[in-house]
Design a protein around this ligand. Structure first.
Ligand code: ZN
Length: 100
């Protein structure tokens, strides 16, 4: 009896999975978003590569974002990274203010 694990006629052949871009996966996908007429550059952060005692205050709820928590990093695209702030994911979604 022939031993073969190969499917006949190419049936069952799996599609090659799209190559996982680790760099993008780790650093998050950067995109832009407009809130109240201001364009923001938005990126998700895993918070994992933060310095040991690094923590951020979310401008929406004024609560600390602890290290290792996936969150949003956003800055005013035109004013640049000096306006960058860290938000909880849910806070970013409901935040309608402006960056200082
Ligand atoms: Zn928050």
């Amino acid at each position: 009896m022939p031993r073969s694990n190969r499917p006949k006629n190419g049936k069952g052949r799996r599609e090659e999975p799209a190559e996982l871009n680790l760099d993008v996966a780790l650093r998050g996908v950067k995109h832009t978003l407009v809130k109240r007429g201001v364009e923001y550059t938005v990126q998700t952060s895993s918070g994992a590569n933060a310095e040991d005692d690094k923590q951020w205050i979310c401008p929406h709820c004024n609560m600390v974002i602890v290290k290792g928590v996936v969150h949003i990093v956003a800055f005013d695209t035109h004013r640049g990274v000096a306006t960058r702030r860290h938000f909880h994911n849910a806070c970013w979604a409901s935040w309608q203010g402006s960056l200082l």
